[in-house]
Design a binder for this molecule. Structure first.
Ligand SMILES: CCCC/C=C/CC(=O)SCCNC(=O)CCNC(=O)[C@H](O)C(C)(C)COP(=O)(O)OP(=O)(O)OC[C@H]1O[C@@H](n2cnc3c(N)ncnc32)[C@H](O)[C@@H]1OP(=O)(O)O
Length: 289
């Protein structure tokens, strides 16, 4: 198989590269917030989120992610691992600054980019895995649950905490969560805005494995992807599609409606106020540290 090894990426020295001798990456001016590398030996792609301080998902990061996902699939990589360059945050979820007092056109592009990235990830033909090496609230949990396999480092948190910010997790956020967590646990957790600790997440099945280091997490993801070694990729992809087509079609057919619901919700004065208070709280906490 001809695997491309020079794809979108930013080479940044702060990321320890375990397999430096067998991975290749190419810096492109368009990739600001991601590193994308393909391991020559395994054919597995790694997408590293790199938007300090907390990898909050803004329009540009979401667009880059989607481009990387497309590249991985187009170039028939054996699988894709998503991880973070931070030692404490996988991603803090959607960039609240995109939704607080937003510009009309920008916020529409932002939500559309989120829909596109999620559909690309959730519907990816290749095996996908999340090495969750830090906190993964809200949009972070959305990315993790869109993957087929999740491994997490101890003492972090993950979950859909939208209600605590005064916003509502859309149906497609919830349906991916429901794929991995029993309905009753999901309903209770999402209405409460619960963030599970790593141990709790493992206990309810929100994450598949827990390991102590990022290297171990990547190795676990590689092991998961490797488990398809003897499976026909075409048969695998179609089988995966059977499990996921309903949510994908639903969102595809209702993209505009979903956008309007989102805009209608976040533009409510009470929601803007709640978001402002939440952001203020985050900033105060950050200054104290
Ligand atoms: C229909 C509507 C549906 C909308 C759906 C939305 C889904 C979402 O994803 S909403 C976003 C939800 N995310 C959160 O609630 C997470 C908030 N962040 C945190 O809890 C913490 O930052 C953290 C646990 C992830 C990390 O803690 P840490 O101590 O390392 O960092 P901080 O000091 O808290 O933050 C540093 C810096 O970053 C800013 N920030 C944090 N999260 C966000 C964010 N999601 N968007 C924008 N900015 C964020 C924080 O304010 C600090 O900024 P300053 O350095 O300027 O003070």
């Amino acid at each position: 198989m001809n695997i491309i090894r020079t794809v979108r990426s930013v080479a940044f020295s702060s990321i320890p590269n375990r397999t430096l001798s067998t991975t290749r990456s190419l810096s492109t001016p368009s990739a600001q917030y991601t590193a994308f590398e393909v391991n020559d030996k395994t054919g597995i792609a790694t997408l590293t989120l790199n938007r300090p301080p907390v990898n909050s998902l803004n329009l540009e990061l979401l667009t880059e992610m989607r481009n990387c996902l497309k590249d991985a699939e187009t170039n028939k990589c054996k699988g894709l691992i998503i991880t973070s360059s931070s030692n404490s945050v996988f991603t803090a979820g959607l960039d609240l600054l995109e939704m607080y007092q937003p510009q009309d056109e920008r916020v529409k592009s932002f939500w559309t980019a989120l829909q596109s990235m999620w559909m690309e990830l959730y519907g990816s033909k290749i095996p996908t895995a999340a090495a969750i090496n830090g906190h993964a609230p809200a949009g972070g949990c959305l990315i993790a649950t869109a993957c087929e396999y999740r491994v997490m480092l101890p003492n972090f948190t993950i979950g859909l905490n939208e209600t605590l910010i005064g916003i509502v997790a859309p149906k497609w956020f919830v349906s991916a969560f429901l794929n991995v967590v029993p309905r009753r646990v999901a309903e209770q957790a999402i209405t409460q805005g619960k963030l599970f600790t790593t141990a709790e997440a493992h206990n309810v099945g929100l994450v598949d494995d827990v390991v102590n280091t990022k290297e171990e997490a990547i190795a676990k993801c590689e092991q998961f992807i490797g488990s398809f070694k003897n499976v026909n990729p075409y048969a695998r992809a179609l089988t995966k599609q059977q499990f996921r087509i309903k949510e994908l079609q639903e969102l595809e057919q209702q993209r505009e409606k979903d956008l309007q619901i989102f805009l209608g919700l976040i533009m409510q004065p009470s929601v803007q106020k709640a978001m402002g208070i939440y952001l203020e709280g985050l900033k105060k906490k950050s200054k104290k540290q």
